[in-house]
Design a protein around this ligand. Structure first.
Ligand code: MUC
Ligand code: MG
Length: 375
């Protein structure tokens, strides 16, 4: 039996400004979900968005409000006995709200894993890898700062794949910035994320120049509403084109996969609507011959651990992951931080998510946000 479901808004400053085409981030607000059961188990889940409502249709506040107002009464009344039954119930009675659903499913799977003594990865298909490589996103807004940051990351064996956020400057300025970084780091994989900022014509020009300069992957160059144009770009260029914002729930991923609209899918647990939905998207991509990339909604450590469990189950993860969210934050909310070393992250092995949340830290940051405290 579920005894309680509490939600908290936990804002944590970022280590530097993080500039995307749609927003500039100075903090990340983690929406944490804490579920307790009558038989003494507790589970944690997390949802994040990027820049409030800048990136997607849910915000930290909408996630908290909708869980408190709609999800929690439904779950406490119906008392589903498993995470699968809970998700069935939520999907039947609540439309949309995939980020909120993801946070709830994460907490319930954490509990289920603890009860069974198994890591979440074993409940959602079974892990085939214990370590995953992690890219870093250079987004300071300044070329020299980005190069210095990247060189330091390589020297410290933290990251050797770099993603650049572009799309907010004139195309030729962005291309110059990317190619300067590619030239300064010839051994590294350099990818760009345009976050939908270009028109199809701009994308034809920009991608052509980036491809000629040796860039390795182009992410969501155009609007998520223009599926046909994404397919045209994918067919026109040799460089791999990755779908991100356009990949949403499994239903919509199925249509994209069937139509082979991209070379690579970025999968994000929040965007997918949960961990099992993200596994399903991975399986569909695999069947359609589409490569996989483990994406991030810049989650903190709880969402990142949950994502790592999902990506550990993918038979192949050709373009690796970008699970660097916790490293962008000035503080951690775990008793023991996630294990990042040698360019990658170790998938936790303990029961459930395999992490221990530092409640004092959580409440310390939540107190900066009075409305965030549990009732
Ligand atoms: C996105 O669009 O991929 C991932 C890394 C980052 O800096 O922003 C996110 C969102
Ligand atoms: Mg992206």
């Amino acid at each position: 039996m579920i005894r309680s479901i509490n939600t908290l808004l936990v804002p944590i400053p970022t280590i530097r400004e993080h500039k995307l085409a749609c927003t500039v981030m100075r903090e990340q607000v983690l929406v944490l979900v804490h579920i307790q059961t009558e038989d003494g188990f507790e589970g944690w889940g997390e949802a994040t968005t990027i820049g409030g409502l800048s990136y997607a249709e849910e915000s930290p506040h909408s996630i908290k409000t909708n869980i408190d107002t709609y999800f929690t009464p439904l779950l406490l009344t119906e008392q589903p006995t498993t995470s699968a039954k809970a998700m069935q119930l939520l999907n039947l009675h609540i439309s949309g709200n995939r980020f909120a659903k993801c946070a709830i499913e994460t907490a319930l799977l954490d509990i289920e894993g603890k009860r069974l003594g198994l890591p979440v990865s074993e409940l959602i298909g079974g892990r085939v890898r214990d370590r995953i490589e992690v890219a870093w996103t250079l987004a300071s807004g300044d070329t020299a700062t980005d190069i210095a940051e990247a060189k330091q990351m390589v020297a410290q064996k933290k990251h050797r794949i770099f993603k650049l956020k572009i799309g907010s400057n004139p195309i030729l300025d962005d291309v110059k910035h990317v190619l300067a970084i590619k030239q300064a780091l010839p051994e590294c994989r350099i990818t760009v994320d345009v976050n939908q900022a270009w028109t199809e014509l701009e994308a034809m020009k920009g991608i052509g120049l980036l491809q000629a300069g040796g860039v390795d992957l182009i992410e969501q160059p155009i609007s998520m509403r223009n599926k046909a144009a994404l397919k045209r770009l994918k067919e026109h260029f040799e460089v791999a084109i990755m779908a991100d914002e356009i990949v949403q729930d499994p239903q919509n991923a199925f249509a994209l996969a069937a139509d082979h609209c991209a070379d690579v899918f970025a999968v994000k647990i929040n965007q997918a609507g949960g961990l099992k939905a993200a596994c399903l998207i991975g399986q569909m991509a695999q069947l359609a011959g589409i490569e996989l990339y483990g994406g991030t909604m810049l989650e903190g450590p709880i969402g990142t651990a949950a994502s790592a469990h999902v990506f550990s189950t993918y038979p192949s993860l050709g373009f690796d992951t970008e699970l660097f969210g916790p490293l962008l934050l000035t503080d951690d909310v775990l008793a023991q931080p996630l294990d990042y070393h040698d360019f990658g992250l170790t998938v936790p092995t303990g029961a459930g998510l395999g992490i221990e949340v530092d409640k004092d830290k959580v409440y310390h940051y939540a107190e900066h946000n009075a409305a965030a405290l549990p009732k």
